[in-house]
Design a binder for this molecule. Sequence first.
Ligand code: ASP
Length: 455
Amino acid sequence: MERTWVEETTNKIGKKVILFGWVNAKRDHGKVTFIDLRDGTGLVQVVGRNELKKLSGEDVVRIEGKVQKRPEKLVNPKLATGTVEIAAEKATLLNSADELPFPIDTKGDDIDEGVRLKYRYLDLRRPRLQRNIRVRSAYVQACREYLFSKKFVEIETPILTKSTPEGSRDFLVPSRLNPGKFFALPQSPQQYKQLLMTAGFERYFQIARCLRDEDPRADRGFEHTQVDIEMSFVEREEVMQMVEAMVVFAVEKIGGKVAKKPFPVFTYNEAIKQFGADKFDLRSEREKQTGMLAFAWVIEFPFFEKDSEGKWTFSHNPFSSPLLQHEKWLMGKTHIGEILTTQYDLVANGFEVAGGSIRSHKPEILQRVFEILGYREEEIKEKFGHMLEAFTYGTPPHGGCAHGFERLLMAFFGEEYLREVQAFPQSGSGRTSVMEAPSEVEVKQLKELGIRVSK
Ligand code: ASP
């Protein structure tokens, strides 16, 4: 007989079923014993006699029994399956569970973070996290569905790659075959996705993992995931519209409500004047109560800003192109502080949830950007020669965006921490869940890599 999922039991009144799952709760009433059986789809009450007595909380079981309608006065309106119960005929203990290190039927935010992450596989059993991770999956699926319907191709790009300037610190991986040389983990697939435009894919996307060695914060960890997008033959508004339509589609798919459509657009200057920042929350007090998502685009950022040493640095992305009317300034290296970029950022409820730009697809423009950033000729060749060369072989005009949907889900759920929407996040001090990393490695491994650790 085929397995029945808990959520299907209400359609199987009078039928014999086999269920699998965990003992969510047990109530022993002497002659009769009840358990709430939990599987990936919900809870259902199982009623039995001796066969259920031996079970305890979080045991893993197989239940064979008959679905019966509950009498009217015993219907449990709080349970999706509250109109039925399973009369157990046979209960098989598949694995017994020791007492868990913490309760899993609470919100969990009062439990020490280190303990929660050490036992993340148990922490994830709590309904709040089950919901977060399952809705996350549905959100990503909706993004995929939308993009596939618009001729996008899903393409993976390398994890072992070369350092690319994304404004953050790289994670480095030593090369055994090339002692003294290192790979970098990607801060984003920026350069590869642009090369895919040269390659003629025209519309690319990837659910991309981005790795940045920054100090962790509530809404930032070492790793985050983006819906990464790049499109050929587009102007700024077309990318913004595509991303907006995808986000609205996916948000509404998971039951979210969007405050204003189309999303309002602010220039960077307007945003600073009105909100004092380029990230802001447009929700009214009433909207805050109702779980509304208030999106807005911000455009026309300065391309360059001065760093702490007074040198020019890029504000967002060196591969962005300037606004068309500012191309002259860029090529002539004048009015540098006034050059505006085609960058667009999407904010929602005070979080930055996407960012992108139209790119410089002409090598001479990109070359000029790197010159303004103070790179020497050899350095430009060494670091970005492959891009400049690629752009000499027929690269279409292109632009893209990366949607940091984890932050959007944080806003959607009203979660305070990014890690509440990630299955195995790092701790606030940057250590991994369950398996304690970073950790020491064997001397033999270090030798192979030609690395000596100085204490
Ligand atoms: N690569 C950029 C980022 O990760 C996004 C983009 O411009 O497409 O922020």
